[in-house]
Design a protein around this ligand. Structure first.
Ligand code: FAD
Length: 117
C-alpha cells in the first residue's frame, strides 16, 4: 500500500510538471483550432489519467470548473486553480498562483516551433 502511494505521488508530480508546462507554452492568443485542441486534450487527459481514482476525481473537478482556453493566462490560471482543488481535497497547502511566473519554463525558449507555443 505504501509502495502504491509512493508511485501515485511520483506519477502526480511528473504529471503536474508536464501539465503546467503545457499551459506555460500555450499561445497567448490562440486560434479557435488551438483552443479546441487544448480543450479536447484536457478532457482526454482526465479520462486517460492512469490512476482510476484520480481520473474519476479529476473528471468531477472538470465538470464543476470547465477548462479555460481563451489565452495562455486563462489556461495557466485555470490549471493552477484546478491543481489547488486537488491540493485541497488531499489536505495539501494552497499554491499561490501569482508565483506561476517562470516556475514552468520548459527550457525551450527560442524553439518557436515547439508545441503550440
Ligand atoms: P504535487 O501536488 O504533485 O505538486 C508538485 C509541485 O507543483 C509542488 O511541489 C509545487 O511546487 C507545485 N504546485 C503545487 N500546487 C500547484 C498549483 N496549484 N499550481 C501550480 N503548481 C503547483 N493523488 C491522490 O492521492 N488522489 C487523487 O485523487 C489524485 N488525483 C490526481 C489527479 C491528477 C490529474 C493528478 C495530476 C494528480 C493526482 N493525484 C492524486 C496526485 C497528487 O495531486 C500529487 O501529485 C501527489 O500527492 C504528490 O504531491 P506533492 O505534494 O508532491 O505535490
Amino acid at each position: 500500500k505504501l509502495g502504491n502511494e509512493t508511485v501515485k505521488a511520483e506519477l502526480g508530480r511528473a504529471t503536474w510538471k508536464y501539465f503546467h508546462t503545457v499551459m506555460a507554452r500555450y499561445p497567448e492568443t490562440p486560434t479557435e483550432d488551438q483552443q479546441e485542441a487544448l480543450r479536447s486534450y484536457i478532457y482526454l487527459f482526465a479520462r486517460l489519467y492512469p490512476c482510476g481514482e484520480c481520473a474519476s476525481h479529476f473528471q468531477q473537478h472538470l465538470s464543476k470548473y470547465p477548462p479555460q482556453v481563451s489565452s495562455r493566462n486563462a489556461a495557466a490560471g485555470w490549471a493552477c486553480f484546478i491543481h489547488n482543488e486537488v491540493n485541497a481535497m488531499l489536505d495539501k497547502p494552497e499554491f499561490d498562483c501569482a508565483n506561476l511566473g517562470d516556475f514552468y519554463d520548459c527550457g525551450c525558449n527560442g524553439d518557436e516551433e515547439g508545441g503550440e507555443g
